[in-house]
Design a protein around this ligand. Structure first.
Ligand code: ZN
Length: 259
């Protein structure tokens, strides 16, 4: 990106802070420039033309001015304000977590088109309120891990080579990212503590999340127990692979059992 130029870019605001008398500093995940900080002068003035575009979760086409790597918002055309995400505390907590996590795997100057589009789909489904939040979170975590290059071996046992869908008792090594027959892990003298037994339903859900195309990603139903197991696995699988601590996860968990 050349310095001292104006350019248009699609982006979603993931954080807003007061800045100066009437302005805001926005953290924005963009299509082509990764995560950037944008100075939105007068964004707290009711007369500001881009008022709605400077709020958290707002997705807009922005006209930015880049001066030596400092970005100023000149104009914005709102595509979606995702307002419904603010109407329920659990939904809001998950959406905040999703934004912070995607930002953690995106860096400035990087082409973020795939991740931005994944985040938009996540927020869109979340705002529709058609799936339990815990299921959305599990889908988000595992698919994000796959998008970041952490697809575990889901087809065959790495020890005996048998197709995993024909094996009844399976275990998942979360640190290595492999699912194997439970019998093989014992035979191979693997440390049983690092292998977590997983149910068939959970295995099928993981495969679905890893490979489903388009809107089918969100089109699966599962029972409560499987969902709990799935959620535990996806969070434990994703988090150690991120280089940053995700602060908003604590807030999300603090709501559990309360909403
Ligand atoms: Zn095996």
């Amino acid at each position: 990106m050349k310095n001292n130029t104006q350019f248009h870019v699609n982006g979603i605001v993931i954080k807003e802070q007061s800045h100066g008398e009437q302005g805001k500093l926005l953290t924005v995940i963009t299509e082509y420039n990764g995560v950037i900080t944008v100075n939105a002068k007068n964004a707290r003035k009711i007369s500001a033309g881009y008022l709605k575009s400077t709020q958290v979760f707002a997705y807009s086409n922005m006209l930015l001015y880049n001066k030596n790597g400092f970005y100023t918002l000149l104009e914005a055309e709102l595509n979606n304000d995702f307002y419904s995400l603010r109407e329920d505390i659990e939904t809001f907590a998950f959406a905040t977590y999703a934004c912070e996590t995607v930002a953690a795997v995106t860096t400035e100057g990087e082409d973020g088109k795939t991740l931005l589009s994944f985040l938009l789909n996540t927020l869109f489904i979340c705002g529709k309120n058609v799936l339990p939040v815990s299921q959305q979170k599990a889908i988000f975590e595992f698919r994000l891990a796959v998008l970041c290059g952490f697809l575990p071996e889901l087809e065959y046992c790495q020890f005996c080579g048998e197709p995993l869908d024909s094996i009844k008792n399976k275990s998942f090594d979360l640190s290595e990212g492999a699912i194997c027959c439970t019998a093989c892990t014992a035979e191979e003298g693997e440390n049983p503590l690092s292998w977590k037994p997983i149910s068939d339903g959970c295995y099928k859900a993981l495969r679905h999340i890893a490979f489903a195309q388009g809107a089918k990603l969100y089109a699966f139903r599962t029972d409560e127990n499987t969902l709990r197991e799935l959620g535990e696995i996806t969070e434990k699988y994703l988090l150690p692979r991120l280089e940053k601590k995700i602060k908003s996860l604590e807030f999300f968990h603090s709501l559990e059992g309360k909403v």
